[in-house]
Design a protein around this ligand. Structure first.
Ligand SMILES: Cc1cc2nc3c(=O)[nH]c(=O)nc-3n(C[C@H](O)[C@H](O)[C@H](O)COP(=O)(O)OP(=O)(O)OC[C@H]3O[C@@H](n4cnc5c(N)ncnc54)[C@H](O)[C@@H]3O)c2cc1C
Length: 290
């Protein structure tokens, strides 16, 4: 038996927010692939759950006239993997979504749950960091945007005040135009395994396509929260691809601080970081010529 004291289904954003605010400690359920596992494991007791998966405003992927892409937090990994707009404009996100778990998890798990659970291994988070994603947070009568880089406060801790909901993920046109990217995940198994380490790279070449004009790099499991490597980015700008492949691994290793865990040692993760960075960089560079 799961230790659940109340299940409530919200049909609109205001109803969900009202239920969360009336019941201090009530928890949001999207796809349930994290939270129900935690309840089953006894990590959450006497759970009061507010299901949001019937709220149509939280679903779907669209683009507006200014080129801003809006992703509903209830978008599943499978939808991200197969959505034509994502495949054309943000393929890095389709790659990241395609690397998650197995088919059942990709059918049920949502991008909103992946962001809000606050874990460093969340596969879509590092790609969203390289896209400077803006997170729309709604509470009683207020809605504000937070940059994803400011959202992660610590392991499993995010800047989501009690009673609030992630209601959209926005990517601005300037954050994808001219960039080609790749997400590389290293895990012990090819399927049904969370990342030992994950690396997202977004690359913009100069007009002649000879030098790195801009590069954005983010890692998962390289620190307590998903991490953007701004110093490495500054160092690699202006390099040729050969210089970046040669110097990049030691540059990225100097900015991350992975830990020892039963999955892998710190030293192994540091080694792998350079390898997967180079792989992601090469594939982003190749995509720039496609
Ligand atoms: C077998 C298995 C394999 C997995 N493999 C991977 C993997 O390879 N990579 C990976 O990244 N993850 C993996 N996961 C973890 C999980 O599937 C993902 O993190 C998924 O994205 C969670 O989404 P969800 O909709 O199921 O979240 P839920 O479990 O519904 O919610 C997760 C958390 O986010 C909160 N939340 C959800 N939506 C919102 C919202 N809109 N507003 C506010 N708070 C919200 C919930 O309250 C909860 O705290 C795996 C899980 C399992 C069980």
């Amino acid at each position: 038996m799961l230790d659940i004291v109340k299940n409530e289904i919200a049909h609109s954003i205001p109803e969900a927010i009202s239920l969360l605010n009336q019941n201090h400690g009530a928890l949001v359920v999207a796809g349930g692939t994290d939270i129900l596992v935690k309840i089953r494991a006894g990590k959450i007791n006497k759970a009061h759950l507010v299901y949001i998966n019937k709220i149509s405003e939280l679903k779907g992927i669209s683009i507006n006239e200014s080129g801003v892409i809006k992703i509903g937090p209830l978008t599943t990994f499978r939808e991200l993997e197969n959505n034509p707009l994502i495949l054309e404009i943000l393929p890095i996100l389709a790659i990241a979504a395609g690397s998650v778990g197995g088919p059942q998890i990709r059918a049920a798990g949502t991008i909103g749950g992946n962001i809000c659970n606050g874990v460093t291994s969340a596969d879509t988070s590092s790609s969203l960091l390289t896209l400077n994603a803006r997170l729309e947070i709604s509470n009683n009568n207020t809605t504000h945007d937070a940059l994803i880089k400011d959202f992660y406060l610590g392991p499993s801790r995010v800047a989501l005040p009690n009673g609030s909901l992630l209601t959209a993920i926005h990517i601005d046109k300037k954050d994808y135009t001219g960039y080609k990217g790749h997400y590389e995940k290293y895990s012990q198994r090819n399927a049904m395994d969370i990342a030992t380490l994950g690396c997202a790279v977004q690359l913009k070449l100069n007009k002649e396509k000879t030098l790195i004009d801009d590069i954005r790099i983010a890692f998962g499991v390289a620190a307590p929260v998903p991490l953007r490597l701004s110093k490495a980015e500054d160092s690699l700008k202006g390099m040729t691809i050969d210089q970046a492949l040669l110097k990049g691994p030691s540059i990225v290793r100097s900015e991350i601080s992975p830990r020892d865990s039963w999955r892998a040692s710190k030293d192994f993760r540091l080694h792998i970081a350079g390898e997967i960075f180079n792989k992601a960089l090469k594939l982003a560079w190749k995509a720039s010529f496609a």
